[in-house]
Design a protein around this ligand. Structure first.
Ligand SMILES: Cc1cc2nc3c(=O)[nH]c(=O)nc-3n(C[C@H](O)[C@H](O)[C@H](O)COP(=O)(O)OP(=O)(O)OC[C@H]3O[C@@H](n4cnc5c(N)ncnc54)[C@H](O)[C@@H]3O)c2cc1C
Length: 305
């Protein structure tokens, strides 16, 4: 295709895709943070590529957000272009391989795999966020981490090219994957090697039980980002914070959850990200002084801090 024709098609697509000054707080599970200078929801590979080129051509810093359930967005907003993956959500099955795009909510992907007669992911039921976000931070629960079941990940680099990574489990560890900290790699699709089953109602029941248990623990009662800190080697972050009597401790609108000491909640919906960050620093300082242990965040930060 001649370059000028390609450029004009890309321009039409960009006008249709780009949103200026998009408010992000309502996208975030803790419901705080500022606006994205630019944002877009690509629906396919080609749109993703056009957006990456646009960011590069205009020197716009590029960021990726899935469900924003593990990311604290600065009150000052995010400079450049934020790609929201929520419309990249298709799935298909190849034999025992469940293939799904990165923006699909993880919980929905698990239900779809069960519908497709495949089991293995159900213990991760109820983890909020997307497949891409879960792979980025190797999310896990109930003794299963998402990296345990991955077979391949297709990702895009900033030159708009798509690559396939065959997964070696030893490259995944507690809340860490080959994508963690690599803001130049955009997870596009993942393939999970699952087990065929005819007992789909049993598998569904297992998933529902896991979700119910999470609900009973009060995990979804208030807006939050889930666990804020990683567990230090051989210890539980929640137990350390609890031992410092910090449950309920509040800064501005942000409080340590009364039911889970490693969760910060936006109880009244009035917290700012600055409040959340100040509480994170306070918790870290108290635990450091009591136990001489420096807690490290499990959550990620986005924007101008
Ligand atoms: C109530 C609650 C309970 C939770 N329970 C758990 C739990 O049991 N176990 C657990 O591990 N986590 C848990 N979490 C944390 C969170 O849900 C997971 O980490 C989730 O997998 C994050 O997905 P996300 O799409 O929201 O990621 P985001 O918050 O959107 O992104 C997280 C990071 O991944 C990057 N990213 C996202 N998508 C892509 C992509 N396609 N390509 C490249 N980079 C990408 C982002 O840039 C960011 O750096 C919980 C959170 C909440 C609110």
């Amino acid at each position: 295709m001649p370059t000028n024709v390609r450029n004009s098609i890309e321009k039409i697509n960009l006008d249709h895709l780009l949103m200026e000054n998009l408010e992000l707080a309502s996208h975030s599970s803790i419901q705080c943070g500022g606006n994205a200078q630019w944002a877009a929801y690509p629906t396919n590979f080609e749109e993703l590529r056009i957006l990456i080129n646009h960011a590069k051509d205009n020197n716009l810093p590029l960021s990726i957000l899935g469900g924003a359930t593990n990311t604290l967005i600065s009150d000052k907003g995010v400079e450049g272009l934020v790609i929201l993956t929520g419309h990249l959500a298709r799935r298909h099955v190849q034999g025992e391989m469940f293939c799904v795009r990165s923006g699909c909510p993880l919980d929905k992907a698990i239900s779809q795999a069960i519908e497709d007669g495949l089991e293995g992911l159900e213990m991760l039921g109820g983890i909020p966020g997307t497949v891409g976000g879960a792979i980025y931070g190797n999310s896990g629960a109930n003794g299963v981490q998402i990296g345990d079941l991955l077979y391949y990940v297709d990702y895009m680099t900033l030159d708009g090219k798509l690559h396939r990574m065959q997964i070696h489990q030893d490259e995944f560890s507690y809340r860490h994957s080959p994508f963690t900290g690599r803001d130049d790699l955009i997870i596009y699709e993942a393939g999970f090697r699952l087990k065929p089953t005819t007992q789909t109602s049993e598998v569904r029941k297992r998933k529902d039980t896991v979700k119910k248990h999470r609900k009973h623990k009060g995990l979804y009662d208030y807006p939050s980002l889930g666990s804020v800190f990683k567990n230090p080697e051989g210890k539980k972050a929640a137990a350390l914070i609890d031992a410092c009597n910090l449950k309920g401790h509040t800064i501005g609108g942000a409080s340590v959850s009364p039911s889970h000491a490693n969760i910060i909640i936006n109880r009244e919906g009035k917290a700012t990200s600055e409040d959340v960050r100040a509480l994170i620093e306070y918790i870290r300082a108290v635990v450091q002084s009591e136990f001489h242990i420096t807690l490290q965040e499990e959550i990620h930060y986005l924007g101008r801090w």
